[in-house]
Design a binder for this molecule. Structure first.
Ligand SMILES: [Zn+2]
Length: 351
């Protein structure tokens, strides 16, 4: 799927599924282009983008899949949204550069992130050694000697390693400078990310204290899910996305795991048996591990001075495939709304 802005004139009267020539050819990579569109100015929110499926056409034509205002496109641009595997890939990618380094400075260009960056933070962290880099849910915990920096990538954030003398681009909100030629640079067009500090145990921080189990930890089992969902009438997909139950299973991974486990996402959580929850726990682990394996190939991008780390797109079984044939049985994938979010499933394979 490639989003391209095309003049309304060129698109008027076009039908979904129709093959059309793409003006200006094709952007070099779908994910980069999604980000480029996502980085666009706010006033462009009303601009329509058309999304094309290039599998149906040659390099300079595509099949119209949908059109949507740029603001809605943001919500659909899954390649730009860091989920748990992207955060873990980020952690693995930057860890070798930051561990055991000493903070020379923290330069905050834009403190108005989701929560304001504390004004005293640069003075607080200067001269401190980075002792560990951990992840909890989608939070990165940069352990320093007297406390912890808590970083969240929000909807569109990324961290990369660069030379601090390199001029910042738009939306490069802070640099954690570790050496004359080494900085950790945070980029976030939508500013839903955060940079916070705690000098006590970060796991007791209000943002982290109520988080559920880690999906890749041994405690995440079918028995755990079964016990936690007794009496819960909510859809099983909503429970799977409840961070108090299990962290970091976003919309994409919830849809994909439920497909693998053969469970209808709309089914009441209390009406799923323990054996099926066992399959579901395994499926969640599988999809996350596949994504992590795919992320490994993009690690070099964390030191790519030109762009952002390229978040990866997996081959998805159901997510964002409404109307397309199920890869197992050929039935058209259905979409419904579950708690404000689009849910995708195969009506034949999932029950
Ligand atoms: Zn199917």
């Amino acid at each position: 799927m490639i989003p391209v802005e095309m003049p309304r004139r060129a698109m008027s009267g076009r039908a979904y599924g129709e093959t059309v020539p793409l003006l200006g050819g094709v952007p070099p990579a779908a994910s980069r282009d999604a980000r480029r569109v996502g980085d666009g100015p706010r006033q462009a929110d009303t601009t329509l983008v058309w999304v094309f499926d290039l599998r149906a056409g040659s390099a300079c034509q595509g099949r119209v899949v949908r059109s949507c205002p740029l603001s809605r496109f943001f919500l659909h641009a899954l390649s730009a949204m860091p989920e748990l595997p992207e955060v873990e890939t980020t952690r693995r990618g930057i860890a070798p550069f930051v561990l055991e380094q000493t903070v020379a400075d923290l330069v905050v260009r834009q403190p108005a992130l989701r929560w304001p960056v504390p004004a005293e933070l640069p003075a607080l962290v200067r001269g401190q050694r980075v002792t560990a880099l951990e992840r909890r849910g989608k939070y990165l915990l940069l352990r320093l000697e007297t406390g912890t920096l808590i970083v969240h990538l929000g909807m569109s954030g990324s961290l990369r390693v660069c030379d601090p003398r390199q001029p910042p681009r738009k939306h490069d909100h802070f640099d954690l400078i570790l050496a004359p030629a080494l900085a950790l640079r945070f980029h976030d067009p939508r500013r839903f990310g955060c940079l916070l500090w705690t000098d006590s145990d970060p796991h007791d921080h209000p943002l982290l204290a109520e988080l559920g189990v880690e999906p890749l930890a041994p405690e995440f089992t079918g028995a755990y899910l079964y016990a936690a969902t007794r009496g819960r009438a909510a859809a099983v997909k909503l429970c799977l996305m409840d961070h108090k139950l299990v962290v970091g299973v976003g919309n994409i991974y919830a849809s994909e795991s439920l497909f693998r486990a053969g469970i209808d996402p709309r089914r009441a959580a209390r009406r799923v048996g323990e054996a099926r929850y066992e399959r579901l726990a395994g499926a969640v682990r599988e999809v996350l591990e596949l994504a992590l394996a795919a992320g490994g190939t993009t690690l070099r991008d964390f030191v790519n001075e030109r762009g952002n780390p390229g978040y990866f797109k997996q081959t998805l079984a159901v997510y964002d495939r409404a109307g397309e044939p199920c890869r197992v049985c050929g039935t058209a994938i259905r979409t419904v709304r579950t708690g404000q979010r689009s849910t995708f499933f195969c009506p034949q394979c999932q029950h």
